[in-house]
Design a protein around this ligand. Structure first.
Ligand SMILES: [Zn+2]
Length: 531
């Protein structure tokens, strides 16, 4: 059963450094889904934000000669700039240093503590005395060296609060069983069970005393809340959980008529899929309907990393190629849910094949022909005159159905690929129907008019289905087709033939063809940090 409302979130990003294309990827894909739901007329609430506490921020701020708050304020300013650049349509932006979050996290801690789900114990880890930092096994490696200063670390203990995970394991497994769609891709669920739950889950450390940049615990002033209890709860504090204004929380979280979806990266799956449902169970709240784990965006053959010199800065990419090309590439090239790689060659190839040669060219040819043969007015729809018309029309109708089915299931890449097939089909239709030949034959005028109408309607549908991705170009496409007013409403995609008797406006090519010999080296330079 389809739900009435949608709540969709990205992870809150950590402002210890500038965001890169990997963050842009996750946020753009989430934005596409939110825009799709809104386009279809559903109520949708889209949240992103910043995870601003922790030792790393405290240290980086100190090194930069700033207070942690000043430090994160500056970086978060950059988040807002980037989301503006990428046309991200989030409804809210939560910062974990905001009062609305801090107070509620303190309340949540108190509730769990009073319920006996949190207790005071001892945290044991690798400690670097000069850095005053605890590190994990992975961080110190086999040599047991501090990842920050390189000195040997020692095993040390500090007092800390813990969340009783064992109390909620059975409930979690039951929840997994009853909600097979909760975690996607499904392989992630098996990984959670076999790698983390079955071997025995340790209680989760939820406080620290070795740094102070965090949410202070009311019960014990030496402690601040540690990472996940602070970070994950942003999804409900932003909606006003436990506040004087719980309207959004009731509407977009607790109401079963709302589908709640978290989009996240693989590195934080464990926390979202295991601890987050446990926290919610402890608080007696509804759990999210879906957690969708997107793949890693790699640079060529390796994981993106600054030291390897293969990070792509989204700014020059968007400035040079335009936002639509970048959004389209991210959504179309890398299958949402699988790992993928960014390569300059593929970028240029994808923009040329799908946008310049297929969609842009189809629009351009069609508008030119309507100008030439019909004085710029799209001929009226008179059903299907030839079997070519019937075939294109049925492909277009089927595309709408498939697209919605795939998008609703977050299969964004496959959905866009369906639209691209429609565009290719329409281009082939021009070759099949040979309008230039029909134009020369007085007896074929009806056929020619039908071809122009079918082309215009197919382009219109493609433009509408791509609107969540191509936030700028789809409007230009509609303008060139002469589509205005009520015809801009999504529901027209169910009414093939509705685009008729309107005047087209010849405009610029939506997507100029890229010259690979120039553009590939341009992107390579970006990746090597030469620009
Ligand atoms: Zn150290």
């Amino acid at each position: 059963m389809e739900k009435k409302r949608f709540y969709i979130t990205t992870p809150i990003y950590y402002p210890s450094a500038k965001l890169h294309i990997g963050h842009a990827y996750c946020t753009v894909l989430t934005d596409i889904f939110a825009r799709y739901k809104r386009l279809r007329g559903f109520e949708c609430y889209f949240l992103t934000g910043a995870d601003e506490h922790g030792q790393k921020i405290e240290k980086n701020a100190l090194a930069a000669g700033k207070t942690p708050q000043q430090f994160v304020d500056e970086i978060v300013e950059g988040f807002h700039k980037l989301w503006k650049l990428l046309d991200i349509s989030n409804d809210d932006f939560i910062r974990t240093t905001q009062d609305r979050h801090v107070k509620v996290v303190q309340d949540i801690f108190t509730k769990m503590y009073n319920k006996g789900d949190i207790y005071l114990g001892k945290y044991q880890g690798w400690y670097c005395t000069p850095c005053e930092s605890f590190w994990t096994d992975t961080q110190v490696g086999p040599e047991h060296l501090c990842p920050d200063c390189g000195r040997p670390v020692q095993v040390a203990e500090e007092e800390a609060y813990f969340f009783k995970t064992q109390k909620y394991v059975d409930a979690l497994l039951k929840f997994y069983d009853e909600n097979p769609k909760f975690l996607t891709p499904e392989s992630r669920k098996n990984e959670m069970i076999n790698t983390f739950i079955k071997p025995g889950l340790d209680d989760l450390c939820v406080s620290r005393t070795s740094f102070s940049w965090g949410v202070p615990i009311r019960e014990n002033e030496k402690h601040v809340v540690y990472v996940w209890l602070d970070a994950l709860t942003n999804y409900i504090t932003a909606l006003g959980y436990d506040s004087d204004h719980p309207e959004l929380f009731n509407k977009f979280w607790q109401d079963p008529e709302c589908e709640t979806i978290h989009i996240l990266g693989a590195d934080i799956t464990r926390f979202h899929a295991i601890y987050w449902p446990m926290f919610l169970e402890s608080l007696g709240l509804r759990k999210p309907d879906r957690e969708f784990v997107h793949g890693l965006l790699m640079m060529k053959d390796s994981k993106m990393s600054k030291s390897k010199g293969n990070v792509v800065d989204p700014y020059p990419l968007v400035e040079h190629f335009g936002l639509d090309a970048v959004r389209y590439y991210l959504a179309r090239e890398i299958i949402f849910g699988q790992d993928g790689s960014f390569s300059p060659e593929q970028f240029v190839e994808r923009v040329n094949s799908d946008l310049a040669n297929s969609l842009g060219n189809l629009l351009n040819r069609t508008v030119s022909m309507i100008n030439k043969y019909f004085g710029g007015v799209i001929p009226a729809y008179k059903g299907c005159v030839t079997s070519f018309d019937g075939n294109l029309e049925s492909v277009a109708k089927e595309t709408v159905k498939q697209y919605e089915f795939l998008m609703d299931d977050l299969k964004i890449t496959e959905a866009i690929s369906m639209v691209n097939e429609l565009v290719n089909r329409a281009n082939k239709y021009i070759d099949e129907t040979t309008p230039w030949a029909l134009a020369k034959d007085e007896s074929k005028q009806e056929e020619l008019a039908s071809v122009m109408n079918h082309l215009a309607n197919s382009i219109y549908i493609a433009g509408m289905l791509l609107k969540p991705v191509l936030t700028r170009a789809s409007d230009k496409l509609f303008e060139q087709l002469g589509v205005t007013g009520d015809l801009l409403k999504y529901e027209n995609v169910y009414n093939f033939g509705c685009i008729e008797n309107v005047t087209v406006n010849k405009g610029e090519q939506l997507f100029p063809r890229l010259d690979a010999t120039i553009e590939v080296p341009f992107i390579q330079d970006l990746m090597n940090g030469n620009k």
